[in-house]
Ligand binder design. Sequence first.
Ligand code: FES
Length: 506
Amino acid sequence: MPHIDYLGHAGFGVEHRGQRVLIDPFFYPAFLASWFPDPDNRFLLEKVIGGRWDYLYISHTHEDHFDRKVLAALDKNVQVLCPNYRSRSLERKLRSLGFTRIMPLGHKQSAELADGLRATIYLDTGHKEDSALLLEMDGYRFFDMNDCNTPLSELPTEIDLLAAQYSGAMWYPNCYDYPPEIMRDKVARVRRDLFQTLLKKCEVTKATAYLPSAGPPCFLDPCLAHFNDRDSTIFPVWHDVRDSFRRALPKVKVVELEPGDRTRIAGAAIDVEPYAGERPTKNLSEYSELRRDEWQAFHDGPNEPIRSEDIAGYFATLQKRNQHVLRDFSKTLRLAADGQVWTVRLGELAQDFVIDGEEPYDPQYSVLMPAPALRAILEGSTGWEEALLSMRLRLQRHPDVFDSRLMGLLRYGNEPAQTRQMAREMDSAETIERDGLRMQRFCPHAGEDLTYATICNGVIECPRHHWKWNAETGECIEGGCLSLRVEAVAAPECAREEHATAIANR
Ligand code: FES
């Protein structure tokens, strides 16, 4: 009989047929010591590190899944099920920690872990490197999607238990400098979109049961405490979502687990065995005090001044490695840290790209950041993606539109294999036909398959992050700045009917 232990956040320990699979263990703070597992799960750490594991699956390199300190402490003889990403960055990181038994698995590739136990990897097939794991245990199908967005058209179906994210894991919009009423609207919209995406994942996978997981984190550094407000951020807890979920999908059973709880599976039935030991406090101030050394470490790092040459050198290298996404791109970026301001001109304007102090160009994007965060980026110990996820940066943009190429350059520029894929996606000629339209198949934002797009009242809406386009012109009207290639191939059904009626009535 299989059982699944919940380790907190997106972590699981699964056992079946005598084989034990460890999934995404997260115990130490992530992203510049800002994210902590909520609730505190440290009481399970010893059991995880000292346990016997036959297989280890790490879904992607984000630090709330790739917890370096935990991984460093694990027995390196474990067989790693490693999603085979273009950049190989996950494999490199695992090898650098001493793991040698690495089995790379591509999209929809399976491995037989034992008689009656099979693992299959599902990738986000766009430029974002994230993955999900399907475990088939004598017919029982546990699908751990964590925070992965495999295109809906690629998802497995007939899922018995789906574990997936319901809360946010992104700096937008809470790190942007919006007036309160605009912030409220944007937060509400992101929360609604997250919820719709979750419903879609449940519907498409035909999940019988759903396990809320993969966040949200909590922020124990007092200077980030405002992000623990579950009403004004994109980080709702399950309690905030539960009723709407029940109303929307009353037939889907919800399996709510706390760290340490175990689910036992017998046929299609799931029994929850609550953790029998004592759990630590749920009080955030006590939790914060308990982890003071860990979040304080961010502020206590080395204090050398930041030099303009270092910023210039950093952006010169970043741009050189990512020429393929920079054609006809230009952006003026303002960085502020440590009481200093730098203007960085990217793309076509890049000849004299760092201007110290003065600001002759209006910045289109401004980043106010703590000096340790900028230092960490310049020395390569962290990336922009991690720094942004830390919620320690304050951002402004003019115009207020998501810029795919700027974000792509910053977030994925350290792994040019990802930005090359971005460039390919922008050029992709593959099309689909729906509702009298021929349009590009993959979303220009992050590659979702638009076969599942909603098309209504002249608007095309992507099911993943809910960008919207004018169905006639392809102009992006909500979400970002990338247009969609679309053309009419036949009059829509209703228009044809109207036309026929008009003729008949002549
Ligand atoms: S993949 Fe993000 S809006 Fe389509």
